[in-house]
Design a protein around this ligand. Structure first.
Ligand SMILES: *Cc1c(COP(=O)(O)O)cnc(C)c1O
Length: 397
């Protein structure tokens, strides 16, 4: 029987680090709330990444929500947000009753186009609506042009949130992603490069990081005031990470580098064994960056006889999981009313003529496939996948 191959599934350490940290929590009865694993996990993460302050939370989504709240995003505000991402990047903007404006990607990094971001700033300056925040994403672990984007945000004096949910371990010019923005967020959801079974972390990298992290901690623990009775002056949230979950996270952090190595090996394997196929291209690794290669993603030329769906179906027959590239937010029905800024100036005219979406992110969605990228895959598994894909090119068309 063929073994099912996952896109990306939890992979606990061979050494059993996670269990050790959980057992410690059991022995001291620090099951919840909080406890040593939570504070140590935060400390170990800031040390590993070189980040300012960290707050462990129940999800990456909660971390984005807390970053927006910390910036003071509220009703009527505009937030510039990368369009090519998972919906969790944008949803918290709406939790705070603000309006997302989606920014297109560029082909070189697949992430936010600095040019489109600049255009967005100029457009909103003309209508005298300064955005309250910018959210950039390092999708699939590919580094965005974070240096340039941070510089643009500094120039316009708008805080930057870096969604590093998929890019833990990715390095841009010698520095970990998540440490460039005023805020960085990480996710430990089950499909991410390391997982705590579910959870996230907010990184605060501002000069007053300690103060800001303290306030987030307060909101995330039901906004309890220091009084004998339950006293509240603000609306709170139940967003804190439990001590058991943090134990798993601590164990996983010890094998992060190993996981990055394996994910890079997987992409290399695909490049070696599929690199010659006509009309297929691999995800970019921009100069001066080191990608965690969370998922191995390909693009097919528009005139390639093999279509993304052919690959996904062929892999399904092999009981291997693949997925289209994330569908951009500006194409999601729920965000249909939101503004979208692309590098392509006459985008609307182009779209009007053909009915297709010709934005960079729209094209990446249309022509992309995320290949199985599970770190537990063997060479045999990888070979099975490559053979199934190759067969599509060998078929007479
Ligand atoms: C997974 C993910 C999130 C959300 O993280 P959760 O921990 O699942 O809430 C946010 N942004 C991106 C890009 C993600 O991939």
């Amino acid at each position: 029987m063929k073994q099912h191959i996952f896109l990306s599934s939890p992979h606990m350490s061979e050494e059993g680090y996670e269990k050790k940290f959980i057992e410690e929590a059991f022995e001291t009865n620090w099951i919840a709330p909080l406890g040593k694993n939570v504070t140590e996990f935060e400390k170990e993460m800031t040390e590993k990444l070189g980040a300012g302050k960290a707050v462990a939370l129940s999800a990456g989504t909660a971390a984005i929500h807390m970053a927006l709240k910390s910036i003071g995003v509220s009703q009527g505000d505009v937030v510039f947000c990368q369009s090519l991402t998972f919906s969790a990047t944008a949803n918290p903007i709406v939790y705070e009753k603000a309006t997302p404006v989606f920014i297109d990607s560029e082909n070189d990094t697949w992430n936010m186009s600095p040019q489109a971001l600049e255009q967005a700033f100029q457009k909103y300056e003309r209508i005298q609506k300064k955005p309250k925040a910018v959210i950039v994403v390092h999708l699939y672990g590919i580094c965005a042009r974070i240096g340039e984007i941070a510089e643009i945000c500094r120039r316009y004096q708008v805080p930057l949130i870096e969604d590093a949910a998929e890019s833990l371990g990715s390095i841009y010019c010698g520095k970990y992603t998540g440490t460039f923005g005023d805020y960085g967020i990480i996710s430990f959801n089950g499909n991410k490069i390391i997982t705590s079974s579910g959870g996230g972390m907010l990184l605060v990298n501002t000069q007053d990081a300690a103060e800001k992290a303290e306030k987030v901690l307060y909101w995330a623990t039901q906004a309890r005031e220091p009084a004998r009775w339950y006293q509240h002056t603000e609306i709170g949230y139940n967003y804190r990470m439990s001590n058991i979950v943090a134990g798993i996270g601590r164990g996983q952090l010890k094998v992060l580098d190993q996981r990055v190595e394996k994910k890079r090996y997987i992409l290399d394997y695909y490049k070696k064994h599929l690199g010659d196929l006509q009309g297929m291209h691999f995800m970019p690794e921009p100069n001066d960056t080191y990608c965690n290669c969370w998922l191995s993603v390909i693009q097919l030329d528009g005139d390639c006889a093999v279509k993304p769906l052919d690959i996904m179906k062929a892999l399904e027959e092999e009981d291997a999981e693949s997925r289209p590239v994330w569908k951009p937010m500006h194409l999601q029905p729920v965000f249909a009313d939101c503004d979208f800024i692309s590098q392509i100036d006459d985008l609307h005219i182009v779209n009007g003529e053909t009915g297709a979406d010709h934005s960079v992110s729209g094209q990446l969605f249309e022509h992309g496939v995320c290949l199985p990228s599970d770190s537990k895959m063997t060479d045999e598994d990888l070979n099975r996948i490559c053979s199934a894909v190759r067969r599509l090119w060998e078929k007479p068309i």
